[in-house]
Design a protein around this ligand. Structure first.
Ligand code: A3P
Length: 302
């Protein structure tokens, strides 16, 4: 099979990563760490010009909050609602991974485009707000997010290995991880909760009732589904169903993106002192905020 540009680019990126020292795999820009290979400065600069459209589907999540899960759900919703049977594109929809020439080609994509990002709202392409596309933001409790991130760093060759659990714990708490601080992301979204084009969902509520989540998301994007479609999409999007299909859907990245898919795995990893330290940070940063309440910290993190 001949290689497509996206496949060649992935191969190049992997080869580059294999030759790169861990300490060179991240760089800092305006206080936030980014992947040197995936999101070099010219890519992030170019994002400022990206033109969103009102009918785009924008998906936002801090890393490890369920982004790839929701990409699959959104694609299924799009296909079911429009009657199309489009195969997933070869590139993930993360705009900060698209080199400038590929960003330019987004203008040629037919509607409705699915665009995603892990960037905090103030660093997203400004047109994501000015053109008023609908934005779905996925959150997850910070303790499980941290555990998931730790394993991801160790399995993803494009990112440096976490030196140790304790070191990664401190880095996460300090926001010294790719895409910055979980807590700052959350606080930045807190300021935009009144935006009618923004809908928040949480990993935990999706785990608890996926059919309801699928229905809510499809209605938000104005992509109506029948009850049968809702239940079939939810059935195909459980962790086990996606894990089984992951080699086909994500190739070698399948076992990197689909690990345990559980709520509460943090209890197997956090020491009592670390748990207490995060409780204090949560209290200091997010207690009393609407999003803080939405995360149901007491239920999922204590
Ligand atoms: P764990 O590492 O805790 O298993 P992201 O896609 O943002 O990188 O998030 C990855 C996390 O979402 C991983 O968490 C992964 O297992 C989980 N995940 C992926 N698909 C899922 C699904 N269908 N249901 C529940 N969790 C899922």
């Amino acid at each position: 099979m001949s290689k497509t540009p996206a496949m060649s680019q992935m191969k190049d990126r992997m080869e580059k990563a294999a030759k790169m020292k861990d300490e060179d795999k991240l760089y800092k820009r305006e206080g936030i760490l980014y992947s040197t290979i995936l999101s070099p400065p010219e890519t992030l600069d170019k994002l400022k010009e990206l033109e969103a459209r009102e009918d785009d589907l924008i998906l936002v999540a801090y890393p490890k909050c369920g982004f790839n899960w929701m990409v699959a759900v959104l694609r299924k919703i799009l296909n079911a609602s429009t009657g199309k049977d489009e195969k997933p594109p070869e590139r993930p929809p993360l705009v900060e991974f698209l080199p400038p020439d590929v960003q330019e080609k987004l203008a040629e994509m037919p509607p409705r485009r699915l665009l995603g990002t892990h960037l905090p709202p103030d660093n997203m392409p400004p047109s994501f707000f000015t053109k008023k596309p609908k934005i779905l933001v996925v959150f997850r409790n910070p303790k499980d997010t941290l555990v998931s991130y730790y394993h991801f760093m160790n399995k993803n060759p494009l990112l440096p290995n976490a030196e140790s659990w304790d070191k990664f714990f401190s880095d996460f708490m300090a926001g010294e991880v790719p895409w910055g601080s979980f807590f700052d992301h959350t606080l930045a979204w807190e300021k935009r909760l009144d935006d009618p084009n923004v809908m928040i969902v949480t990993y935990e509520e999706l785990k608890q009732n996926l059919p309801e989540g699928v229905k809510k998301i499809s209605e938000f994007f104005n992509l109506p589904l029948t009850d049968e479609q809702v239940s079939s999409i939810a059935g195909e999007s459980t962790f086990n169903a996606m894990l089984e299909n992951s080699q086909k859907s994500h190739g070698n990245f399948g076992n990197i993106f689909f690990r345990k898919g559980e709520v509460g795995d943090w209890k197997n990893n956090f020491s009592d002192a670390q748990s207490k330290q995060m409780d204090e940070l949560f209290q200091a940063k997010l207690a009393g905020t609407n999003l803080g309440a939405r995360l149901k910290y007491d239920l999922y993190c204590q």
